[in-house]
Design a protein around this ligand. Structure first.
Ligand SMILES: [Fe+2]
Length: 125
C-alpha cells in the first residue's frame, strides 16, 4: 500500500517515483521491487544534507545544507521541495547550480522541506 508523497527508487536504473495517488500494488522497475526511501533528518558528517528553511519577503529560501552541499557532475542535489501548509512546491537543479531554491508562496503556518542527493538519498528538514 503506497501513501501520497512517498518516494520510491529503482536501485538498478535510478528511476525516482513520487506517489500522487495511493494504491495497493507493489511498484516494480527493471523487474525488481522499488525501494521506499525514508527521509533522513540528521547527519553528523561535515557534508550537510538536511535542508535549511529561511523566511524571506514573500516566501521561503531553502538551501542544502548548513555547510553548502557540492553541486558537481557526479554528486549533486537533484531537487528541493518545500511543503507549505500541505501544498508541495519543487525546484529541479543541475550540477553547477546553487544548492538552494526560492519559493515565493507567501506566509505559511507549517513548512517542511525535502531534498534528494544523487549519492546520499532523501533528506527532510
Ligand atoms: Fe551528498
Amino acid at each position: 500500500m503506497t501513501k501520497r508523497s512517498e518516494i520510491y527508487k529503482c536501485n538498478i536504473c535510478g528511476n525516482l517515483v513520487e506517489i500522487i495517488g495511493e494504491g495497493v500494488g507493489t511498484l516494480v522497475c527493471c523487474d525488481q521491487e522499488m525501494e521506499l526511501l525514508t527521509a533522513k533528518t540528521a547527519d553528523s558528517s561535515t557534508e550537510k544534507h538536511v535542508p535549511v528553511i529561511d523566511k524571506i519577503d514573500g516566501g521561503y529560501r531553502v538551501y542544502v545544507g548548513s555547510t553548502l552541499h557540492p553541486m558537481e557532475e557526479k554528486h549533486w542535489i537533484q531537487w528541493i521541495e518545500l511543503n507549505a501548509d500541505g501544498v508541495s512546491h519543487k525546484k529541479y537543479l543541475n550540477p553547477g547550480d546553487q544548492p538552494e531554491a526560492i519559493f515565493l508562496v507567501g506566509e505559511a503556518t507549517t513548512v517542511f522541506a525535502r531534498e534528494f542527493c544523487n549519492l546520499h538519498g532523501l533528506w527532510k528538514g
